[in-house]
Design a protein around this ligand. Structure first.
Ligand SMILES: NC(=O)C1=CN([C@@H]2O[C@H](COP(=O)(O)OP(=O)(O)OC[C@H]3O[C@@H](n4cnc5c(N)ncnc54)[C@H](O)[C@@H]3O)[C@@H](O)[C@H]2O)C=CC1
Length: 531
């Protein structure tokens, strides 16, 4: 019997108007030509930003629309319309029906589709990066790196999809057992605003490789690029509904966590929200992955190659305007080299070019929002009150280009004279603020470095190989960098200790967080009964 694929059959029964509309919602949100011709301050994004059942969808209540700003200019970029209970239910159900098809495919079949998605991202890398810049404010050079890491992640897990396998266990009398690595079902991804596209890729790639479907909710401040990823997965040939995007804030996120068809929640964001996600998921006994905040230490010993340590400290503090969870914002410098270190690091920090994030020479763009900028500047004021010395930056920055006057820029700052008790040393600032502290001995610095509730990352610079590994062993952090900082290849697991969360993203181990093990026990003889 001949049957039409589901999508086509639906079009047959629709009126012309509806099918025309469906076609419209299946055309990309933004054409590459439109993106290529855009510059800072000119882009307007119109049309639905949510996506399920294979197309873009407008939520029911358009009156709830919230403005989304372009950080570099402060102008409105688009409207974000939050999804309510009905839309969340539709998105989850569409994910569930796609999961039933996708999970039955062989790993190699899934791999082929994922490789195609990775290829399309690679091809459209510059356009996606440009949209990321316009929505997030980071520099184009960094955004391009983010998109490269996103397609690499999908490529990496595509490679793993065909390798997923179980174990065979021999039992007495010819009986045996085997294990099957099976998907969980519908996984939810909830993202922060600092790496919008990359977070969506880091969560969806291992989920899809294992045979799951995903409903992803980006931050309401950066709603634009996740839907581009949804369009790319659709173009690559995933079943309709396999990767969906629902827009919204806390309310929408909470609806997702509580939905009975959701099997797992993977969250990137702040510690207070992470606790709520865990509480909500606990009610349905759903496993969670939590990628939360940090206040990571970077330890620089006096025997270090100073130029590398300075480069490491800059990379540890100023990527993405300092809005990076694993940043090494407590920079411990051994007392003997403090003057040389400060001189070099301040000189380099003052030279960072701030401005239009779409220009290739720009090294620092705009912070995510006006309230966040004010919060970061508030930390600097508080630091001054508590006795820290501002060696450079820490001021609002107004670029000379008139179109950037309303942007959320600030000059990157180095704080000296810091002590462990200061607010700037204890709390996550999530802005371009480096706090420098001096230390004398290895034992002392390890104790001080670990004296925090966070444990996301840590770094050590030294030429002494034994010391480097000893310090790494004793630091309480999910990732320890030796003689570098903030490099995150997709082959390497990433995640936190202590209140920085649990579970891992990237690397082989993440397969375990998106799958479950079934044991099948096979009797080859007669059943012996005790009764
Ligand atoms: N460890 C990591 O990988 C990263 C951690 N972060 C952390 O995220 C924070 C900044 O990001 P924000 O977006 O401001 O964090 P946030 O915790 O306010 O929000 C993160 C996401 O959770 C959603 N959300 C908020 N309340 C919710 C609720 N009650 N139920 C369900 N979802 C909810 C938001 O809409 C957003 O999508 C920083 O403090 C940083 O520490 C950010 C990036 C990476």
């Amino acid at each position: 019997m001949f049957s039409y694929p589901y999508g086509e059959r639906r079009c047959f029964v629709r009126s012309w108007k509806l099918s025309k509309m469906a076609q419209l919602l299946r055309t990309p949100l933004l054409s590459p030509a439109v993106i290529r011709s855009a510059s800072t301050g000119t882009m307007e994004v119109k049309g639905p930003l949510s996506f399920w059942a294979g197309g873009r969808v407008n939520p029911l209540d358009m009156k709830k629309a919230e403005p989304v700003y372009e950080p570099a200019t402060g102008r409105v970029l688009c409207d974000m319309v939050p999804c309510g209970p009905e839309e969340v239910d539709q998105a989850v159900k569409s994910a569930h029906s796609a999961y039933l098809k996708w999970s039955k495919k062989a790993g190699m079949e899934r791999a082929r589709v994922m490789l195609e998605a990775a290829r399309i991202i690679r091809e459209q890398r510059d356009e996606i990066a440009k949209m990321e810049v316009i929505n997030n404010g980071k520099s184009i050079t960094e955004a391009q790196m983010d998109i490269d890491i996103a397609w690499q992640c999908i490529e990496y897990y595509a490679g793993m999809a065909g390798t997923l396998s179980g174990q065979h266990i021999q039992l007495p009398g010819g009986s045996f057992a085997y294990t099957r690595r099976e998907p969980l079902g519908v996984c939810v991804g909830i993202g922060a605003w600092n790496y919008p596209f990359q977070i969506a890729a880091w969560k969806s790639a291992p989920a899809l490789a294992c045979g799951n479907a995903m409903v992803f909710k980006p931050s309401p401040m950066t709603p634009v690029t996740a839907v581009m990823l949804a369009e790319i997965y659709a173009q690559a040939g995933v079943p309709e509904g396999l990767f969906n995007v629902v827009q919204g804030g806390a309310e929408t996120g909470s609806l997702l966590c509580h939905h009975p068809l959701v099997a797992k929640v993977s969250f990137t964001g702040s510690v207070p929200t992470g606790k709520k996600i865990m509480e909500m998921s606990a009610k349905g006994v759903k496993p969670v992955t939590l990628e939360l905040g940090g206040k990571s230490p970077l330890i620089i010993f006096k025997d270090t190659e100073l130029e590398n340590a300075v480069n490491g400290a800059l990379m540890a503090n100023f990527l993405s305007q300092g809005e990076v969870c694993c940043n090494g914002t407590r920079v411990f410098v051994q007392r003997e080299i403090m003057p040389q270190f400060l001189e070099k690091v301040v000189k380099r920090t003052k030279a960072i070019q701030i401005g239009d994030p779409l220009l290739h020479e720009t090294r620092m763009g705009a912070l995510i929002s006006r309230p966040h900028l004010e919060r970061v500047l508030g930390f600097i004021n508080q630091a001054k009150k508590e006795g820290a010395r501002v060696l450079c930056g820490g001021e609002p920055f107004v670029p000379s280009d008139p179109k950037l006057k309303g942007g959320y820029f600030m000059s990157p700052s180095v704080l000296d004279n810091c002590t462990d008790e200061m607010t700037c040393v204890k709390e996550e600032i999530f802005g371009p603020v480096m706090s420098v502290l001096s230390f004398d001995t290895e034992e002392e610095v390890i104790e001080r470095a670990n004296n925090t509730t966070f444990g996301l990352a840590a770094g050590v610079f030294t030429r002494d190989i034994a010391r480097a590994h000893r310090v790494a062993e004793n630091l309480q952090a999910g990732t320890c960098f030796i003689n570098n900082y903030n490099i995150s290849p997709v082959e390497v697991p990433f995640g936190g200790y202590k209140m920085s969360g649990f579970g891992r993203e990237n690397g082989q181990v993440t397969i375990e967080y998106y799958s479950q093990l079934k044991t099948v026990v096979v009797e080859m003889g007669d059943v012996e009964s005790l009764f």
